[in-house]
Write a protein that binds this ligand. Structure first.
Ligand code: CO
Ligand code: ZN
Length: 343
């Protein structure tokens, strides 16, 4: 779990992925024949097959996380920001953040204490534009370190906890846990009969942007995205809205709002899981998408499927996953890559 801790704690808001990218490049260099970074910043690792005319399989996990960009510093040094990606303002209050200026700076998303809220304020739905970051540094000194355009990410420590210590929690599981599954898979992968293109994409959270250009360049025959999905197995949510459950196995996606998985590829993935006795669940996500949506519509169209890691509290600072589901995802992706030439 050391690598997952490193990946999730690293900052990398969409469009500002440099810190986490360095970790990924270093990891890929240990196991891929070729590692490049394209002009948007996505990392592409290639593992060549010895087979004749091998198919190209692109596996893709996004390295960016939802975050903010500094948009204004007021006369007292309080920072205003715009979001990159879909944050829920309710889960941002009282969070600690890091502002990536000339040097990393701690900040706090503060708010008026409840003691002085009137009834109207108490019942008002919170909006992102109501929030501000406090660094406790006066404007003049602050502006020597922070400027408009600097990225901001949530500050969180990775933990292992829960029943039998089987659970893990941090910010940015979306989608560093997908990156982790990808890296662990390719690091242990024997020679496959397909060329494997492992892509850590940028800017997924703002509209699958990195995967779009990268898949156009690679021209894969097949695409598999690795991403989190909602595990809504929690109080207040009906069973029919659970989407997936923690500990229920890796999730094979049927559809979300960006892509309908290729039916024959879904069957192929299911059969691979059955054959290898890997625990899986089927997933339908009514709203949200993954890099599959971009890969699928590249050039003349590509068969795609997404393998999802069930995650509670997605798009918050406490995204939580189950080690067994992560392990099952690695196993299924590995088995799939070894069989993919038969598809
Ligand atoms: Co996301
Ligand atoms: Zn994601």
């Amino acid at each position: 779990m050391e690598l997952l801790k490193k990946l999730t704690e690293a900052p990398g808001a969409s469009g500002r992925e440099d810190v986490v990218r360095e970790i990924i490049v270093a990891e890929m260099k240990t196991c891929m024949d070729e590692v490049t970074v394209d002009s948007m910043g996505s990392v592409i690792g290639v593992k060549k097959s010895a087979a004749k005319n091998p198919k190209k399989v692109m596996i893709c996990a996004h390295m960016d996380e939802i975050g903010f960009i500094v948009s204004h510093i007021d006369k007292n040094g309080f920072i205003r920001f715009v979001p990159v990606g879909g944050f829920d303002p309710r889960v941002l209050l009282a969070q600690r953040v890091i502002i990536h200026g000339k040097q990393p700076l701690h900040g706090i998303i503060g708010s008026k204490p409840i003691h002085i809220l009137d009834d109207a304020e108490r019942n008002k739905t919170l909006q992102l534009k109501d929030l501000f970051i406090d660094t406790c540094i006066p404007k003049k000194a602050l502006e020597k370190i922070v400027e408009i355009g600097n990225p901001v990410t949530i500050e969180r420590q990775f933990i292992e906890f829960g029943d039998k210590n089987k659970f893990v929690c941090c910010k940015a599981f979306d989608d560093r846990v997908g990156v982790y599954v990808m890296l662990k898979t390719i690091q242990a992968l024997k020679k496959a009969d397909v060329d494997v293109y492992a892509v850590a994409s940028v800017q997924e959270e703002v509209g699958l942007r990195g995967a779009q250009t990268t898949s156009f360049a690679i021209q894969p025959d097949l695409g598999v995205a690795l991403d989190v999905t909602l595990a809504n197995d929690m109080p207040g949510v009906g069973e029919h809205d659970h989407i997936s459950t923690l500990g229920g196995g890796t999730a094979i996606k049927l559809l979300d709002s960006a892509a309908i998985s290729h039916m024959r590829l879904v069957e192929f993935m299911k059969n691979t899981a059955k054959k290898k006795k890997i625990k899986y669940q089927m997933e339908i996500l009514p709203r949200g998408g993954t890099d599959s949506g971009a890969m699928q519509r590249s050039r003349g169209g590509i068969p795609v499927v997404t393998l999802s890691i069930p995650t509670r509290y997605v798009h918050s600072s406490v995204e939580t996953a189950h080690k067994d589901d992560i392990e099952a995802s690695i196993k299924l992706l590995t088995a799939f890559l070894m069989e993919a030439h038969k598809f």
